[in-house]
Write a protein that binds this ligand. Structure first.
Ligand code: LLP
Length: 418
């Protein structure tokens, strides 16, 4: 359930008409529902209540400070993949002891920043990274807490761009080699192996790949313990999918139930890194119809939001539902909903059946709370959209629309060109 509903034919975000927000802040604009964010977080967290666990929200999916702050207040931690994300998490008041650092390409300066911040652990993705981590830790006279990210070679049956746990993927360490890698970690003086980690992909809509991965990783944890390792954490990553169209992903309760069952007998603190499932359906992108261009072959609904604002359809061919902000009586048409950017890939929907809109109408692109704003850019010198947080009958601009000045901030014309 989310809090985007029609009341008397008009789309509301909680208690606020979307139309009102659009009138006040302009379009395109991202709108998040605080009640939905909290509800999704709590449902996910409580599904694991029986177990010692920590939810580390994967902030690459949505890293707005206010959104992060809402999760901090719920007691959540964060899965980060860069120094910039660490900076944001700390700004939002996160407890460093609830932060895990993933990613295949951590730089020395990033590692040092995270060591000094005192994060919970580094999810190490290669042997080479072990060496660098050890070196940097020695330099700052600390021991780096690590977990090894193993690649369990499980097919998550999702889009290839977001499958991460298969043999041919760049992520993690081949599970067959991981015992050797662990031994190498043991030989390094400034590392402490405290966990095992895996993440197999994103937008998974069935349970078996998760359970398969868990059973493989479990065998590895047991093997490590035989070697005398004190493995305290098992991080199973994120990846639980949401409904964009007609998918029927498992409910977090069902997902948690299967994992808890699979973990039986293994005494560890479970770490989870959900992103999309918490924020995806807690946000929409509202955009205005600029032109209705009716050709012989095709009809185009040209809107003021583009692929620079929401790139998922262009990048993955993914489906985002599109709804009118005010329900009208227009007959149904089949159209492409496209943005103003000079690329054929700039579309939100192709051959979509929608009620015929008029110029000036508002459309809501649904399920835009995850990998929406965070993947946006300034392509075509378009200022990035504002982010709005709705709380009951109120709304707050939690990131203002960029200005033209923001577009050129940091750029200079060197003297030779003056
Ligand atoms: N943990 C790790 C190590 C990850 O790489 C990811 C996502 C997550 C957690 C969170 O996964 P989630 O729960 O959100 O599925 N831009 C793509 C998704 C990329 C996912 C990358 N990694 C999209 O828009 O579909």
């Amino acid at each position: 359930m989310d809090y985007f509903e029609y009341r008397s034919g008009e789309l509301f975000a909680e208690g606020v008409p979307v139309r009102r927000i659009a009138r006040e802040v302009g379009t395109p604009a991202y709108i998040y529902s605080l009640a939905t964010l909290k509800r999704h977080y709590r449902v996910f967290d409580q599904a694991f209540a029986r177990l010692s666990h920590l939810v580390c929200f994967s902030m690459k999916s949505n890293s707005n400070l206010a959104v992060l702050r809402a999760f901090v207040k719920e007691g959540g931690g964060f899965d980060i993949v860069s120094a910039g994300e660490l900076f944001r998490a700390l700004k939002a008041g996160a407890d460093p002891k609830k932060i895990v650092f993933s990613g295949v390409g951590k730089k020395k300066a990033e590692i040092e920043y995270a060591l000094n911040a005192g994060i919970l652990m580094f999810n190490v993705e290669s042997e080479q990274e072990l060496t660098v981590l050890n070196e940097v830790a020695r330099g700052v006279e600390k021991k780096a807490p690590i977990s090894l990210r193993v690649n369990p070679d499980v097919d998550p049956k999702t889009h290839p761009y977001i499958s991460t746990g298969m043999k041919k993927s760049k992520f993690g360490i081949d599970i067959k080699r991981s015992l050797e890698v662990y031994k190498r970690a043991l030989s390094l003086t400034h590392l402490e192996v405290i966990g095992v980690d895996c993440h197999i992909g994103s937008q998974l809509t069935t349970i078996p790949p998760f359970v398969d991965a868990l059973s493989r990783v479990k065998v590895f944890v047991e093997a490590l313990r035989k070697e005398g390792a004190r493995i305290r954490y098992l991080d199973l990553g994120g990846g639980l999918g949401i409904r964009y169209k007609d998918e029927e992903p498992p409910h977090p309760e069902e997902y948690a139930g299967a994992l808890i069952q699979g973990l039986r007998g293994l005494d560890v603190t479970l770490i989870l890194e959900p992103g999309r499932v918490v924020v995806g359906n807690a946000g929409i992108l509202v955009t205005e119809v600029l032109y209705l261009k009716e050709g012989e072959e095709k009809t185009f609904v040209i809107v003021d939001g583009g692929m620079n604002d929401l790139i998922r359809p262009a990048l993955y061919g993914s489906y985002q539902a599109i709804r009118p902000v005010v329900e009208g009586k227009g007959e149904m048409i089949v159209a492409d909903v496209v943005g103003p950017i000079c690329e054929s890939g700039d579309f939100f929907a192709k051959d979509r059946e929608i009620p015929r809109p008029q110029e000036g109408d508002l459309l809501a692109v649904m399920s835009a709370g995850a990998y929406g704003f965070t993947m946006s850019s300034n392509y075509n010198s378009r200022p990035r959209a504002p982010e709005i947080l709705v709380d009951g009958d109120n709304f707050h601009v939690v990131r203002k629309r960029e200005s033209f000045e923001d577009l050129i901030s940091g750029e200079t014309i060197p003297p030779i060109l003056q």
